[in-house]
Design a protein. Sequence first.
Length: 446
Amino acid sequence: MVRRSVAVPLLFDGNSLADFLELERAYKLAKQTVLDYLVEGYKDRISYFRVWHEVKDLVKRYGLPFAYQQQAVKDAVETFNAWVETGGVRPTVRRAAPYADERAWRMEGQTAVSIRLMSRRITAELWPHRRFWRFEWLVITGRARRANTIRLKKTRNRVYAVFTYELTPEEGKKPLAITAFDVNENTVVVARIDLRKTVDKVAQWNRDKIIPPISLHVFRTDFGRLAKRYDVIRRSWAEELSIEINGRRIPGTTTREFRKRVKKLRERNRKRDRVNKVAHELTKEPAVLITEDLGEKPQEEMIQRKRDKEIRHRIKQMPMKAVLKKVEDKAKERGVRLVLVSSRKNSRICPIHGVEMTFPLGPKLGFCPRGHWIHRDVASVLNMLRKATDELKEYGEVVRKTLDALDEKTLEKWIALVMQTERPAVLARASPMTRPDSPLGRERAR
Ligand SMILES: [Zn+2]
């Protein structure tokens, strides 16, 4: 089951907002009180049903509507159980986002909700957006279920209703392509075998000489370049903001101003957007996707190999695992199959002849003893395809045939394609809106 959440702004007037703030405050106090009670009295995981009768009088005094009293207890039990599992400092409730179950809210048509707040029930207009409609449409067409409980969450001065949907994954469709992808520092390289013309002829593949077309695509992500640029900026700020007090140097990174500026960089958002985009591109057609099994901590392994301090930081920031996770998640939702193959020697062996290559011209270009060149990122995806043939069952044979039919001219064309895309471009800047006089812009001009 795939789960998705959507936060939709609620249009509250002043009175409703005040009423909500009352509710939020009481809910938070109730949750904290129960949490304290549990921490004092229990050592192991507990269930809501066991403690409800013990704590219901404690909770009552905050004047919460009954449905919220129960949710606050459930919320506290959840937090307590998580704390029991992970240990650590005694849990405190910093911010509470009240859960509203089916007694406390209902839809009013498609664009409003009726919600019970602290003192009364109100009708609040929703400010729906595309993502919300998309999931509502899935509900209408029976492909998703909306959870009965929503969450009311305040961020800055706006209150959101957070809806949760459980999606029924799409049925496994007949793949139109076999696609291997490899996430590199600044690019994602994709080798795609197009099955569209041959998809109905699977049974004949072994007899006929049908060889489906294979193509190479390179997405530019600039994860590495972006991380490097942000690193330079952060360092210059740390330098600029550090001060000396009584001969002691206070690093700039500990200042509020530094944290404020870093937040404004929105580095994480930008990375996430790119991760999402790549994952979307890879899963938008029914295909069998193939990639390397990255292991638990892919970056750590690479760091051990590469000593250089700067590279070390850059790789740490590289969201390789994030891309794989996102692809896995989207693939599940869209009924796309994902095959993981071993990452062993994928970029060092010739995918045509299966022999080890040498790299006389630097780390990128591999030379096969049989006398041809191949880019290591291309070798990687082709080797992934080859390694997957056993698992691909009825498609294995055609993948093998396609790889065997690859000629040197195609490989040369692909070298040019990868090299061209790898060259730094304007995309590496933080945002098109960056002013030339800001540290970001200054850095760019260097
Ligand atoms: Zn070769």
